[in-house]
Design a protein around this ligand. Sequence first.
Ligand SMILES: Cc1ncc(COP(=O)(O)O)c(C=O)c1O
Length: 406
Amino acid sequence: MKIAQRAERIEPFYVMEVAKAAASLAGKVAHTSDPMIFLNIGEPDFTAPPLVQEAAARAIRQGATQYTQAMGMVELREKISGWYASRFNVDVAPSRIVITAGASAALQLACLALIEAGDEILMPDPSYPCNRHFVSAAEGRSVLIPTTAEERFQLTRAKVEAAWGEHTRGVLLASPSNPTGTSIAPEELQRIHEFVHGRGGITLIDEIYLGLSYEEHFGHTALAMPGELGQNIISINSFSKYFNMTGWRLGWLVVPEVLVPVIERIAQNLFICASTVAQHAALACFEAESLAEYERRRGEFRARRDYFIPELNRLGLTVPVMPDGAFYAYADCSHIARRWGIADARPDGTGGSWDFAFELMKRAHLAVTPGRDFGHAAPEKYIRFSTASSMEHLREAVKRLEAVIG
Ligand SMILES: Cc1ncc(COP(=O)(O)O)c(C=O)c1O
């Protein structure tokens, strides 16, 4: 069967191979004293809080399960707008908010609406792998720009300016980022957006971890930029992370007013609407009781970060820049890998952190994610830990790391 070029361009999600191996080993070691600990999973270990669960059950009981408008329920768009006002002190009109099936659908809509075949989108390396595939599904080309720890693994205006070319259409950033948990400084983001906007380009910012910030300087939305800048940025968001609703498949997109009818038309055709039950449930995310619970959980994520990252550093799995948000640590495992006699990276992507992840799985029953999926700039040096796991698991993980690393 002839497969479309578009599909051929989408690389495999290698992480899944590691996850499969981890699941298979987990079965074998489940009844030993060291069952598998999964620190490879990029989703909160919490579930939706009680009011949200009840709202979903009520919607089903009441038969509130028909399609909604493609833009999503008006009440939900108003609630999100209210959250931006109360939590981030920014005025985002509900008319600019489009409810989607997760950030994934929001990214697809934005890419399909704005990217022509051959357009180039600049993004940091490392970054969330699917982001570059949304661009290629829209027949654009992602241009990965290597970043450094000093840059918090984020783009700078200087790098964007240097990389901007004839075919560049815009930038796609994520803050806080997956896999590093680091954010772009608000001043630098504004400088990038000013440049991009000045060139008639687009700034897409994936703010899926908004709300999960642990330092005041970084915990802001790009939508708070002054005047036209804030009105023109495209922000992608989701109920998956801060609101702990990964499998409910619900997110949103904030777009400039002029883009609303375009996105609505595409959403009507491609998706009809996001899950109605999930939308009804999400209304309860903004009740005081739920918000208090989310903040309590944010405190827990922070405590885990504060415990786990210094421990990784102590063990020689160096995290070059302290994550300020999300629940990840991107740790340099190259010294330990060398000490374990692991071969350097091979052209087929094995060796280095790829082999290290499998070795760690075998030696310590710890599942982590190797850097391979996240880009091309030295992924063989890094593994990603997710701290979206209980403190008990994290303490046990440190004990096991200590035993195998020494
Ligand atoms: C940076 C980033 N963007 C988008 C997504 C997709 O999330 P969603 O569940 O909202 O589709 C993820 C999921 O891990 C992510 O880390």
